[in-house]
Design a protein around this ligand. Structure first.
Ligand code: GLP
Length: 313
């Protein structure tokens, strides 16, 4: 498998977003932390704030642990850092076990020197009638801070970024939304039971995310492989919100080998152009074709091979 730790060009016409693959989630997280640290230091030298868009969930945990380590062991200061979190459940108290406010403090803010006035996490306690004005104010605050230098989302199994569920418009702003049942189910492990998973959430919109100067989406594990492929190689559509990142000029996906498993370059590398036909790859291609067409290997015809990109000599 090709492992490229550097920023890369799109390798073929299948991938519509740059993809950086690391052997493990820890290694990928360290690379992203180093990139963020370099940006923070560069902005410090220039006397400017560094504005970060942050995510929650299991995905960014290693990233935050590494940023905390850089602070404690390598003197990285966050005094010039301003952050805006992507989302929060609604309604929820900030100190509830499942609150993203609590998560961010426990994973990051309590362990670094960022002033409290410089981090922002949507407030899940406001009455509904105040929510519209609150969300507009959240957008204004991002703009007043100079806009997001980097947004670092994770990705839900249905392709959501932040809590922008399938169907979220490319023009959407920060707002109160209804969670998909699939998302409530996926996040239920955090709650005593399904009925206690909130039905609503506050999330930055797709347009808020697309306005960031750079977007680095993180995804780890085989359970993300299918949605990574759909987002990177599929049509850009609001039915897979992460695929809308194809519209952003400076986006990359930083993923581990497991999450990269379904990309064409790994699954069917012969479709991406020239490939080195080793005996193992030939076996993989032939058995894959037999499974795909539900035929015994000896029943595969020249037509079957030709119609499935396996006509090289
Ligand atoms: C959650 C969050 C998203 C997160 C995603 C993936 O619902 N709202 O911001 O990126 O789902 O979660 P995980 O990182 O645990 O896979």
């Amino acid at each position: 498998m090709t492992i490229n730790h550097q920023e890369i060009e799109l390798i073929d016409s299948f991938e519509q977003i740059a993809v950086e693959i690391h052997p493990t989630a820890k290694e990928g997280s360290k690379a992203v932390a180093a990139e963020i640290a370099a940006l923070i230091r560069q902005k410090q030298t220039a006397g400017e704030p560094c504005v970060l868009g942050l995510a929650t969930g299991s995905t960014p945990k290693y990233l935050y642990a590494e940023l905390v380590r850089l602070h404690k062991e390598e003197g990285l200061s966050f005094k010039n850092v301003v952050t805006f979190n992507l989302d929060e459940y609604y309604p929820i108290e900030p100190d509830a076990l499942q609150s993203y406010n609590r998560f961010m403090k426990e994973q990051l803010f309590n362990h670094i020197d960022i002033p409290e006035s410089q981090y922002h996490i949507p407030d899940g306690t406001l009455p509904k009638e105040k929510m519209k004005a609150y969300c507009e104010e959240y957008e204004r605050k991002i703009e007043a801070a100079g806009g997001l230098d980097v947004q670092i989302p994770g990705i839900g199994n249905n392709g959501h970024i932040g809590f922008n569920e399938p169907g979220s418009s490319i023009n959407s702003h920060t707002r109160l939304i209804t969670l998909d049942n699939s998302t409530r189910l996926a996040n239920a492990y955090d709650f005593p039971n399904m009925s206690q998973v909130p039905r609503l959430a506050i999330t930055m919109g797709i347009s808020t995310i697309l306005k960031a100067k750079k977007v680095i989406l993180l995804a780890w594990g085989s359970h993300k492989a299918k949605i990574v492929r759909r987002s990177v190689e599929g049509h850009s559509s609001d039915q897979v919100p992460a695929s809308l990142l194809q519209q952003h000029p400076n986006t990359k996906f930083v993923i581990d080998e497991q999450a990269a498993h379904d990309l064409t370059r790994n699954k069917e590398p012969w479709l991406t152009g020239d490939c080195e036909w080793t005996p193992a790859l030939i076996r993989k291609a032939v058995t894959g074709l037999a499974l795909k067409l539900n035929k015994a290997i000896l029943m595969l015809t020249d037509k079957d091979y030709n119609e499935n990109g396996l006509n090289d000599w």
